[in-house]
Write a protein that binds this ligand. Structure first.
Ligand code: BT5
Length: 324
């Protein structure tokens, strides 16, 4: 990535939609006006709307809805999360790409985003539909200094981050269905997949996969999921800017991670509980050990779901699909 381009984006960001002259840009960034002009042409190719007016200079108009590394970088309010961002037009799965980057030493906060996934994955061997140009298909490489058994807490932390980011950008407050579904009006708008790479009992990296349905229309969903899935556009009635949502997601992940590292899981748990749908309700949990029916009491400090069966026994559910 070119430094000039980055500096240019920063300058536009600071100008807040006002004009800056080519001369001033060249001076501040320390390159020729021709170089500025060339980089502006590149930005336009990436979908930025840069307006050029004689005697006034350049200004950046509203953001485009095309994803790119620079589009995500512009407006990022974080120190670590998303600061290293890699964008791909099409990949098999961002989880796969992120794992390779993690193995090659990618730093904490590195973000892999794709416009399309051809083999997007859910938990187990389930499929995650990731059609082109409509959603956020993203994997974060995290290197938190925590013990392996606490890793499931990161899924819950991420769910809170997704809820807060969606709320910030759309003013809709989604609900969390334990452990990893984000719902709006009872339909799934986002799924989260947390995968670990560990050695002995130390975490090498956590690959946090987040899939958000953003701009799909109703008929964009396959028959398999049309009844249970939704998108932000369907719920809001208008298109949502994906870059803004990614930036917001980075922001909340970073904030919540700071909170988690400094104060532990307790504050994350209470945030999670304010957004959770199933607590206090009768649910049915399908696990590898069979199906358990009862009332969901809540989560414990490990992020494990507590289910009270009709005979009064309390079962700890570590991983399951929940019906209610
Ligand atoms: C999940 O699994 O919900 C985790 C999904 C994680 C996707 C992200 S995208 C970026 C990263 N790269 C990947 O390859 N994956 C991650 P699970 O709880 O197992 O739910 C999977 C089920 O959700 C499927 O069996 C379908 O029923 C349903 N589903 C599939 N695609 C969907 C979509 N786009 N929207 C809503 N539901 C969907």
């Amino acid at each position: 990535k070119s430094n000039v381009r980055q500096a240019l984006l920063d300058a536009f960001k600071n100008a807040n939609g006002k004009f800056i002259s080519g001369e001033k840009l060249a001076q501040n960034i320390g390159c020729s006006r021709t170089a500025i002009w060339k980089h502006i042409e590149d930005l336009k190719k990436d979908g930025f709307h840069v307006e050029a007016v004689r005697k006034k200079g350049y200004r950046l108009l509203e953001q485009s809805n095309k994803l790119s590394e620079n589009e995500i970088y512009l407006g990022l309010e974080t120190e670590e999360i998303g600061r290293s961002v890699y964008f791909f037009e099409s990949v098999t799965s961002t989880q796969k790409v992120a794992k390779e980057y993690a193995m090659n030493g990618a730093k904490h906060g590195t973000l892999i985003v794709a416009d399309e996934q051809t083999e997007g994955r859910g938990r187990m061997v389930r499929k995650w539909y990731s059609p082109k140009g409509t959603g956020i298909w993203a994997s974060f490489i995290l290197r938190p200094d925590i013990q392996i058994q606490h890793a499931p807490q990161l899924t819950l932390l991420s769910a809170v981050a997704v809820v807060q980011a969606i709320k910030k950008v759309t003013h809709i407050t989604p609900e969390i269905k334990w452990p990893n579904d984000i719902l709006i009006s009872g339909r799934k708008v986002c799924g989260i997949l947390t995968e670990l790479q560990a050695e002995e009992d130390r975490i090498q990296s956590v690959i946090l996969g987040i899939g958000i349905n953003v701009n799909q229309d109703k008929n964009d969903f396959s028959a398999e999921i049309i009844k249970k899935a939704t998108s932000l556009k369907i719920e809001l009635g208008k298109t949502v800017n994906r870059s803004s949502l990614i930036q917001s997601l980075c922001y909340y992940i970073e904030q919540l991670l700071h909170l988690y590292i400094s104060e532990g899981f307790t504050p994350i748990k209470s945030l999670w509980e304010t957004y959770a749908v199933s607590i206090g309700k009768r649910i049915s949990a399908r696990t590898v050990k069979g199906t358990f029916d009862g009332v969901a009491l809540g989560i414990n400090n490990e992020g494990v779901l507590l289910l009270k069966q009709d005979n009064g026994d309390i079962v700890e559910i570590i991983s399951a699909d929940i019906d209610f």
